[in-house]
Each structure stands twice: as structure tokens, then as C-alpha cells.
Design a protein around this ligand. Structure first.
Ligand code: DQA
Length: 147
């Protein structure tokens, strides 16, 4: 499978950004983590990475993903809670997508983080496990694509 790991604003420096909230693992460790928990899947899943701080660039990348990948693991950062444009994009491109968050957004004090405009257009959501959220989302996505 070709899987796009898509990261939105402020997710270009995972590992360095507020590690007490987001963990100290960096994106480069994801392939190794997937190999550790599911070596079989790691062999079959090719991960492609894209990060942008710009909403439009994320939409452009999602539109291109229609032709290029089988599924998307998507952390839209703060745009999760606000972007009708990203929600509209997911609604029509219909690529299987799993929403992920490093932190457990529902356990955080800012109530705006408890709302996601994207989840209704996703297969499901994995939140709260740091970088492992991405690995678990990739596993769920591959199992979905297999079935
Ligand atoms: C986040 C949670 C968002 O609320 C926040 O704006 C982020 C990161 C996470 O991965 O926990 O930028 O998506």
C-alpha cells in the first residue's frame, strides 16, 4: 500500500515542540516503530510524508493523493478544529483517511480541541499515543484496505 502521512501546521518539528504534550519522538522514527509493532505490514506499506503549515497546500496535496495513494494518515493540527475547507476536501476525494493526534485532544483543557470537523469524513480517529497514534492509524488503515 501507498500511504500518505500528512501533517498540518506546527507539526514540522515533532519531538521538539512541547514534548511534555506531544512527546519527544520525531516523525523519522515512524517507519521503525511500525516495523517493531507490525513487521509484516511495514514491508507492505510504503509511507510517504508531507507537512505544511498552510491549509491550501494540504488541500492541494490531498487532491493529488487521489491518484497517488491508497490511504491517508492525517494530523491536521489546529486545523482539525476549524477548517471547513479541509473537511470539504475529505468529503469529496473519498480516500480512506484516519485522523490522528499526538495528544488526547479530549483530555485537554481547551474545549475547542474537543471538536473535530474532519472526523465525520474519516474511517476513525486515533489520539493520545504520541507517535504511536500514527503507527496504530497506519495499521488500522492497512487492515481496512485488506478487507
Ligand atoms: C494536535 C492537537 C491539536 O489540537 C493541536 O492544535 C496540534 C496538534 C495533536 O497532534 O495532538 O497542533 O493535532
Amino acid at each position: 500500500f501507498q500511504i500518505l502521512v500528512l501533517n498540518g501546521p506546527n507539526l514540522g518539528h515533532i519531538g521538539q515542540r512541547q514534548p511534555e504534550i506531544y512527546g519527544s519522538a520525531c516523525m523519522e522514527e515512524l517507519c521503525g516503530l511500525l516495523s517493531r509493532i507490525r513487521p509484516d505490514l511495514a514491508e507492505r506499506a510504503a509511507l510517504r510524508f508531507f507537512q505544511s503549515n498552510h491549509e491550501g497546500a494540504l488541500i492541494d496535496r490531498l487532491e493529488r493523493a487521489r491518484q497517488e495513494v491508497h490511504g491517508v494518515v492525517f494530523n491536521a493540527g489546529a486545523l482539525t478544529h476549524t477548517s471547513l475547507a479541509l473537511a470539504d476536501c475529505l468529503a469529496w476525494i473519498k480516500i480512506p483517511c484516519v485522523e490522528v493526534h499526538l495528544s488526547n485532544v479530549w483530555a485537554r483543557p481547551e474545549t475547542i480541541r474537543h471538536t473535530t470537523l474532519l472526523a465525520p469524513h474519516c474511517l476513525g480517529v486515533v489520539a493520545g499515543f504520541g507517535l504511536m497514534s500514527y503507527a496504530l492509524a497506519a495499521v488500522a488503515l492497512c487492515e481496512h484496505l485488506d478487507s
